[in-house]
Design a protein around this ligand. Structure first.
Ligand code: SF4
Length: 640
């Protein structure tokens, strides 16, 4: 069915068994000295086992001062080769090729990570890191060129099948190539060829040290999406030059840190959006072109290859969400694929806190060994209260272990609050995960009881060995006069489609739920006002998710009042405190409450001492995001 996707292709001298590539994604799993950990190797090994044709690793630093994150790999000295040789050996066992991406972060880092001032072509700070970099001297530039070549040679010695030069995303090489960040007037700045001198010298240094037949991919942003930055026309000219310089493939991405929403876009951005740039590059080069960017499904990948827009498709988050995507697609098990939903919670939100990456839909990511499911050695009856994502995840794990599992859900639907998360604009993909969990429950023959609350009576009579409480949360109701008026509803009931909402709406609470509910209503033609007592709205959203949400709210003319606590709800509006003065906001038809969630955990106390093991997970334990709830559900399944 996907014959193009599963046909081999060559990059230089290496043959890749299929067109599916693991895109470079920083995971922060390595030791601080740049050596590989078992966690880092096992993470890659899961992908090789999963059938990916080629893995392009995350960025190997050519110099410790060139690291953008604390725990990335490095090949800046020979002593680092051995641990990475173990990685390549383990990957090659599965027939998968592995290429090391090599890089220097330039100004897109800070002294907290590298312990000193960052460096750059010009002393202009990166808008997101804000640290003024040291302007590299000619001698320092030439030393860095040598370090790129040395790093590539070490990669070859470690058994990598080639290197990818990271010239994208605003890192040091991209900084030199772009007039946005390169303001030099010597031989490394100014004209097009001068700005290209640094990458071209790096390519010839690698060729001289690692050999003419050592494959080199060059990664580049098709468009930088910053004022005065490179556009696709500039990038096409660069691609022609790079091909002449002898690279073997080009990997087209987008953005720099100042336009981070373009580098790793959330669900608000259309699938495969960068492929248009790859198709433009393909018009001007004859080497293989790799595309990336919100591609999370094999059918989409097949269409890209068959329509000739690119030769290979790389998936970053698609491979985090399901390392076995290629194997499942190859045998037609499409319903088994766990898709990346573009939530950003586990990967990007954590990465930019400089901590290890996780995945909301795949709790085993980076814990392939410790979270492995081992078959049961005894018989157990396990009851789960609550059919939200945490409860379903627990049920899936318990069933895979081979225990008898019974899942009780008091409403007529599985999915809990996560079903509601899929309702606002740009969030529809969230439903794919709930759908995947439901498919798994069916496949594993889990006993599911809808419209049935797990009670102490059921526990007393059925005597389960373990009970997992995953009863989630319920909307908090603020203590405001007038909150019980008939036109006051909760955001949860709005998203469930349980209440009618009038034309003029006030949403009390501008967190993630309130802001997204406001967006949902505004998209349905309502006139919406958000009232938030904090200085900003949606601060609990990841930055890129928030960027698109705020854009949407603006386009839909949603009125936003921050620093505005609500004092009272009256018949035709609300009384608020604005700068110490009472003000009435009216008229309004419906008032929507979105002031948070409270745990539903009454069953915990009732069952204490009644069962051998009681485990509470997700919002029932403490209200947090779905990432934590699903991980706890998975762990409870292992511990039960
Ligand atoms: Fe995709 Fe969310 Fe997983 Fe990141 S955490 S890979 S965005 S599903």
């Amino acid at each position: 069915m996907l014959k193009n996707l599963f046909s081999p292709v060559r990059i230089g001298k290496i043959e890749i068994p299929n067109r599916l590539i693991v895109a470079p994604m920083v995971m922060n799993y390595c030791n601080n000295d740049g050596t590989a950990t078992e966690r880092y190797i096992a993470y890659h090994e899961a992908k090789a086992k999963g059938g990916w044709g080629l893995i392009i690793t995350e960025d190997y630093a050519i110099d410790p001062k060139g690291r953008g994150f604390s725990n990335i790999p490095g090949l800046w000295e020979d002593s680092q080769i051995e641990s990475h040789a173990e990685l390549t050996k383990r990957i090659h066992k599965y027939g998968t090729k592995i290429i090391a991406q090599i890089y220097h972060a330039g100004r897109q880092t800070n002294h907290f990570v590298i312990g000193s001032q960052p460096v750059a072509p010009s002393p202009i700070p990166c808008p997101s890191n804000q640290e003024i970099p040291h302007e590299l001297t000619i001698k320092e530039i030439q030393e860095l060129v040598e370090k790129f070549g040395d790093c590539a040679l070490r990669a070859k010695k470690a058994g990598f099948d080639g290197v990818e030069i990271h010239g994208a995303h605003g890192y040091l090489i991209a900084q030199f190539m772009s007039p946005y960040s390169n303001k030099r007037t010597d031989e490394y700045g100014g004209s097009f060829l001068n700005r290209m001198r640094f990458p071209l010298e790096i390519i010839s240094n690698i060729r001289a040290k690692a050999g003419n037949d050592f494959p080199i991919i060059f990664r580049i942003s098709g468009d930088e999406f910053v004022p005065g930055g490179r556009t696709i026309e500039d990038t096409k000219a660069i691609a022609i030059l790079l091909e002449k310089a002898g690279i073997n493939a080009i990997h087209v991405s987008a953005g720099v840190y100042a336009s981070a929403h373009a580098i790793i876009p959330p669900s608000a951005v259309r699938h495969g959006w960068i492929t248009d740039f790859a198709a433009e590059i393909k018009k001007v080069v004859s080497i293989p072109v790799i595309t990336v960017g919100r591609i999370n499904d094999p059918f989409l990948a097949e269409e890209i290859i068959s329509s000739g827009k690119a030769d290979l498709v790389s998936m970053g988050r698609g491979s985090l969400a399901d390392p076995e995507l290629p194997n499942k697609a190859a045998v037609g098990k499409f319903g088994e694929i766990r898709h990346c939903i573009g939530c950003m919670q586990g990967c990007i939100e954590r990465l930019f806190k400089n901590i290890d990456v996780k995945c909301l839909v795949n709790p085993t990511l980076g814990r392939e060994i410790e979270f492995a499911i081992k078959p049961a050695t005894s018989k157990k009856k396990i009851f789960i209260a609550g059919g939200g994502p945490a409860g379903m995840e627990a049920a899936i794990v318990v069933a895979k272990r081979g225990y008898e599992v019974h899942l009780y859900e008091k409403t007529d639907k599985l999915g809990g609050q996560f079903e509601l998360a899929a309702v606002p604009p740009n969030k529809g993909e969230f439903a794919t995960f709930t759908a995947w969990q439901k498919t798994q429950l069916k496949k594993l023959n889990v006993n599911v009881y809808l419209n049935t609350e797990l009670t102490t009576e059921i526990v007393d009579s059925e005597k389960p060995d373990v009970v997992i409480i995953a009863t989630g949360g319920r909307p908090a109701i603020p203590n405001i006069p007038g909150v019980d008026k008939p036109n006051v509803v909760t955001a949860h009931n709005v998203l469930k489609g349980k209440v009618d909402v009038g034309h003029k709406v006030i949403v009390i609470g501008g967190g993630m739920v309130g802001s997204e509910t406001a967006d949902h209503l505004a998209n349905h033609g309502k006139e919406v006002t958000i009232l938030e007592q904090l200085p900003e709205i949606a601060k609990d959203e990841q930055d890129s998710v928030r960027y698109f949400l705020l854009k949407d709210l603006k386009e839909n003319n949603v009125a936003i009042y921050t620093n505005t606590p609500v004092k009272e709800i009256v018949d035709d509006g609300v009384i608020v405190d604005r700068n110490g003065k009472e003000e009435k906001i009216s008229p309004t038809d419906t008032i929507v409450l979105a002031v948070g969630v409270k745990p539903v955990n009454e069953l915990v106390n009732k069952l204490e001492g009644k069962v051998n093991k009681l485990i509470t997970v997700g919002d029932a334990l403490e209200v947090r995001k779905a990432l934590e709830a699903i991980e706890e559900g998975y762990k409870a399944g292992l511990e039960a």
